[in-house]
Design a binder for this molecule. Structure first.
Ligand SMILES: [Zn+2]
Length: 74
């Protein structure tokens, strides 16, 4: 079975597409996109996605690695 490292996997995923495919409405804010964070109870958009760098960051404290794992698995 071929193995693929996490970095390669991440480079092949379009984050904006991934989050919007989960039903999240992305709003452009400058170079970034913002949306409600699916990994905690979010009332105002605190998840920021940078589509150019394929990075995302949530302003609330929680385990980002676990969140990445769970969204890729779902
Ligand atoms: Zn969050």
């Amino acid at each position: 079975m071929p193995t693929i490292d996490l970095q390669t996997l991440k480079s092949r995923i379009d984050l904006a597409e991934l989050f919007s495919s989960r039903g999240l409405k992305l709003v452009r804010r400058g170079a970034n996109l913002v949306t409600l964070c699916p990994f905690h109870s979010d009332s105002r958009p605190s998840l920021v996605i940078n589509p150019n760098r394929q990075l995302w960051l949530c302003g609330a404290p929680h385990n980002q690695s676990y969140a990445e794992y769970s969204i890729m698995r779902s």
